[in-house]
Ligand binder design. Sequence first.
Ligand code: GDP
Length: 200
Amino acid sequence: SNIKKSEFIKSSIKVAECPPDKLPEFALIGRSNVGKSSLINSLTNNAKLAKVSKEPGMTKLINHYLINDNWYLVDLPGYGFAKTASKASRDDWIRFTKDFFITRDNLVSVLLLVDSSLPPQQVDRECADWLAECEVPFCIVFTKIDNRKRDMPLNAANIRAFKQMMAEEWEALPRCFETSSKTGAGKSELLGYVASLREM
Ligand code: GDP
């Protein structure tokens, strides 16, 4: 399930502009700064594939990366990018992603990225609810598990708290992965998940 070849295909500003072929797609979503670009680079062993930015991005683009010539990793716009994010921008994001979820028949699974260095965030839970509402299969990918700061709760505690928060509402949790783009932790498990779904 290792990735031998990865190439950037295109950035689309709307769903109608996405590649028309029917290759299986796996889409990444999460809050800005969750580590999405770093994970794309780590999974593909391609340090320059997605731009890693220190500043939370504002651009709303769908980026398609072709993997091993036969499936796509899709980078969807991040949510909750500004503390002041208005209801209008939120509604915008919801409309945008819903269009993607409904239109892309070849979407196999969404990878919902959750920052394990932060305590559970309401927006992440809302996003999980939103995916369920759209009936999109998804897994949860905790990022930055290497990122330990002494004055912060440990990542393990954050992950546990997030799962607990989900369990209050969900009968069963989706598949969860714990990853670090710095150390490569969780990478083979996540690629194994992708491979198993592609073979179904
Ligand atoms: P994006 O906005 O979701 O694409 O996030 P980026 O990949 O640009 O990463 C945001 C910030 O988190 C950057 O400063 C990264 O260096 C940092 N980061 C990303 N992944 C990891 C990780 O696995 N471990 C640690 N410690 N930091 C990370």
